[in-house]
Every structure is written in structure tokens, then in C-alpha cells.
Design a protein around this ligand. Structure first.
Ligand SMILES: [Zn+2]
Length: 458
């Protein structure tokens, strides 16, 4: 099994994962995926992660192809090794079919698929997008299609009757980003035949932070959220700082920009490298070697020209942290080392700024949100850097590309909820994601009374 030096470098972070390796990456490259979607917009986050991961051939079957040429140009700049086709005639050897869209679209697509009776059935991944919520399920046997169809009719809550339209629209954007990254992971797992498959659907609700893998799921919009929705804060002038434009910063900034956050600050001192491109969707092959903040600014300006981007081409240190965060309402920690996490934690604590945290390692990710004086801080959970300096950097660990995509999108979602004052945020919960098992778990978090930063002072 051999990959050229160029490809080995591009997919280095995948190849480092034992479950993938060179042979697994070769399998991903040899895979073909057929995507059925309503519009270019609804499949864009999914496309970015599939393309970054190296899925070799992508067939697109879209009802509305508006803006496809522009997006395709960006996708091929991210990864020129990929073939993107809109001709359906050669779709015989596809590895997996992905149906992505809202309830109406998915029902229509499932009906059409039910008519395709055949002995050999192509695995079909259903990505049902709602507002703040959605359902993911993989169908690998034809007869399960009836079950999937029933599901779409019964369960997806529609918050538009009690939430403001702009808030519902924001929820659709978040859901599309989240399901794009999550759907890419399930697609890659299916192509590689690794991990657990979502035969039993996964329901997610990012407004209430609920993830349910059970068949007996019930709709879950609580009265509390309904009551709160009358008090959505105006966030039209919001200013958010994203520290790091790598694996986590890319999806976080992508989602914030798609949400139309007024001003986004980005901090990074690195330049774009080929081995970043399996996951860092803000960057591209033609921008290798240029500062990441410049590359990110270029991408985000195209994605949404109406927002303001402020760039800091520098490393965040204990000297400059207070100055950099001063003009922002909330901070997203999207860094790859522990030292900067402590610096950000302390700076945000003293400046009373909320901070969305995340971390990733191979197939795993975690999220929590630090609200000064309300919940625990980073030092409550991880009191100090180990004396040996071990684990001080994850910058060289294996990472499945779309895993930080999931965690970074949650950071953006947390930010939107904190700023607008609606929904349940992760200030007292640690969210743990295991991509291989397709599982989200929540652990309770408490303030540490002995925390050297925010604990009881005597
Ligand atoms: Zn603390």
C-alpha cells in the first residue's frame, strides 16, 4: 500500500490514527459518495469535510444548483485531488449515498429510494436538518427505509411556532454545520467499515444540549426554553474572538460567519501547511505558506461579505492576552496546546468574558463553556500542567478531520446561546464525543472550591 509523498503529507493526521493508517486513507481516496440534497447551501459544510478528508469521488444530485460553480472552485482549491461530478449516469459503484435536507426533502428522497427495489443495497445515510436539532441514521438494509420514513413524519420538533424567526434561522445554520461534520464522520466510518453505525437514529438538540441514541425518543423542547424565547437578546452588534484558526477555529469561524455575527476577531501566528488541509477548511492548497489569519480572512469574506474580520497575526501570550480580548464579548478557545488554554482561561476570568472550550484527539472530542463567576473554570478541571510537560501539545496527534468540525461548531453554537441568553449551555456539563462509537455523553461539572484561580479565597 503506497501513497505519494504529497498525499502522505496531506493526510498525515489521518494516517497517524491506528484504525486508519495508509491503507485506510487509500480506501477513503478510492471511495465514491453520492449526495442528494435540496440546495448547494444545505450540503456545503458536508462537502467541505468530505473533500478535506479525501473522499475521492463525489456525485452531487441537487434540486437547486445555484452557486455550485463558486463552491466547487473553493472545494477544489481545498483539495485538488477530488473529483466532483453532477452527472448521475456513472453512479454504479458508489460506496454510500447521503440524503441531506429538511423534513420535506428527506421524505421525498426516501419515497424515491423506496421505489429502487434491488438485491444489492447501497448504504444510505440520512441527515435530517431541523432548527437547532436533527436526526442522523444509516440504513444498510432496504427494508429499514420504511422505519426511517416513519421517523421523519413523527419526531422532528418545529420550534418556529414559539421562537423568533431569526433565532430559528440561526438554528438551521448551526444544524447544517453540525450535521455536515457529523455526517462526514459517519460517511468515512461506513467507507472504512470501522466503529459503530447509527442503525438506531441519533437525535441531537443543540439548543437544549440533548443527544439521544434511543428508539423511544420523545420531542424535547422544554417549557423553559419556550419561556426564555421571549427574552432573546439583540446580538446584531456581537463581537466574538476566535483564538486559533486550525481544526477547531475553522468550523467555529465558519459557523459564526454563516450566522452573520457582526465582528469576528481571529488570532493565529502560523502559516498554512499541506498537513493542515485534512481538517482546516478555512485554508486551501493555493494559500499554503501564507499566514493563517490572512487565509482565513480571505475565505470568511467570500462566505459572508457583510461581516467584519479583525486579524491578529500573533501568538496569544500572557503579555498580550488582556489587550486582545478586551474588545470582544465572548472568546472561543480553538488552540492546540495546554499553555495557551491556561492563558486564555485566566485572561477571560479576570476580564469576565465567557469562554467556549474544546479539545480533540483522534476520534474523541470534548466541549465545555466557562461563564466567569457562574460555573467552573479550566483550572477547576485541570489544576495544572503536569510537571514533566507531558501532553503539553496535541499539535502532532492523529485527528480524524471532521471531529474538530463537530466540536468547533458546538463552540459557535454555545457562543450564540450565551450571547442571546437562550437555551442550555455547557457551563455545568462536560460534553464528551466518541466519533468511533457515535456517542455523545454528558458529565456534571462543579466548581473546585480549592481552585487557585476562582476558588474560595481566604
Ligand atoms: Zn476555577
Amino acid at each position: 500500500m503506497h501513497l505519494s509523498e504529497q498525499l502522505a503529507s496531506r493526510y498525515r493526521r489521518h494516517i497517524m490514527i491506528p484504525e486508519i493508517g495508509t491503507s485506510g486513507q487509500k480506501k477513503i481516496i478510492d471511495s465514491a459518495v453520492l449526495i442528494e440534497g435540496a440546495s448547494v447551501e444545505s450540503v456545503t459544510p458536508l462537502l467541505f469535510y468530505l473533500v478535506a478528508s479525501g473522499i475521492g469521488t463525489i456525485f452531487l444530485n441537487l434540486d437547486n444548483k445555484n452557486n455550485l460553480a463558486n463552491i466547487t472552485e473553493n472545494l477544489l482549491d481545498l483539495n485538488p485531488e477530488i473529483e466532483i461530478l453532477t452527472d448521475e449516469r456513472n453512479t454504479n459503484n458508489i460506496s454510500i449515498k447521503v440524503i441531506v435536507g429538511d423534513k420535506t426533502f428527506v421524505q421525498k428522497a426516501l419515497n424515491k429510494n423506496k421505489c429502487l427495489r434491488s438485491n444489492v443495497y447501497t448504504p444510505t445515510l440520512i441527515l435530517l436538518q431541523g432548527s437547532w436539532c436533527g436526526i442522523i441514521q444509516i440504513i444498510r438494509v432496504h427494508k429499514e427505509l420504511d422505519f426511517a420514513f416513519e421517523l421523519t413524519q413523527k419526531y422532528l420538533p418545529d420550534p418556529s411556532s414559539y421562537l423568533e424567526k431569526s433565532f430559528c434561522d440561526a438554528g438551521k445554520t448551526i444544524s447544517s454545520c453540525f450535521i455536515g461534520a457529523l455526517g462526514s464522520i459517519e460517511t468515512i466510518k461506513s467507507c472504512l467499515n470501522i466503529g459503530s453505525f447509527l442503525h438506531i437514529p441519533l437525535f441531537f438538540d443543540l439548543l437544549n444540549m440533548r443527544f439521544v441514541n434511543e428508539a423511544d425518543y420523545k420531542p424535547f423542547y422544554s417549557d423553559k426554553v419556550v419561556e426564555n424565547s421571549a427574552h432573546i437578546k439583540d446580538i446584531s452588534g456581537a463581537r466574538v474572538l476566535v483564538v486559533g484558526t486550525g481544526g477547531l477555529g475553522s468550523p467555529a469561524a465558519y459557523a459564526l460567519t454563516s450566522l452573520g455575527i457582526n465582528t469576528i476577531g481571529i488570532v493565529d501566528s502560523d502559516t498554512v501547511e499541506l498537513s493542515n488541509l485534512n481538517r482546516q477548511i478555512l485554508h486551501s492548497t493555493s494559500r499554503i505558506g501564507i499566514p493563517k489569519v490572512k487565509s482565513a480572512e480571505t475565505f470568511l469574506n467570500i462566505l459572508n461579505p457583510s461581516i467584519n474580520i479583525i486579524t491578529f497575526n500573533t501568538r496569544l501570550t500572557s503579555i498580550n492576552a488582556q489587550n486582545i480580548i478586551a474588545d470582544f464579548e465572548m472568546v472561543i478557545s480553538a488552540v492546540d496546546n495546554l499553555q495557551t488554554r491556561y492563558i486564555l482561561n485566566d485572561a477571560c476570568y479576570y476580564a469576565k468574558k465567557p469562554l467556549a472550550e474544546a479539545g480533540v484527539f483522534m476520534f474523541d472530542g470534548l466541549n465545555f463553556t466557562i461563564l466567569p463567576d457562574k460555573g467552573p473554570c479550566y483550572r477547576c478541571l485541570f489544576p495544572q500542567i503536569s510537571p514533566s510537560g507531558e501532553m503539553s501539545s496535541f499539535s502532532e496527534a492523529g485527528i480524524l478531520g471532521p471531529v474538530p468540525g463537530v466540536m468547533g461548531t458546538i463552540q459557535a453554537s454555545e457562543t450564540f446561546k450565551v450571547l442571546s441568553g437562550v437555551g442550555k449551555t455547557l457551563e455545568h456539563n462536560l460534553l464528551l464525543y466518541d466519533a468511533l462509537e457515535a456517542e455523545f455523553r454528558m458529565a456534571n461539572l462543579n466548581k473546585n472550591p480549592n481552585c487557585q484561580l476562582c476558588g474560595n479565597k481566604f
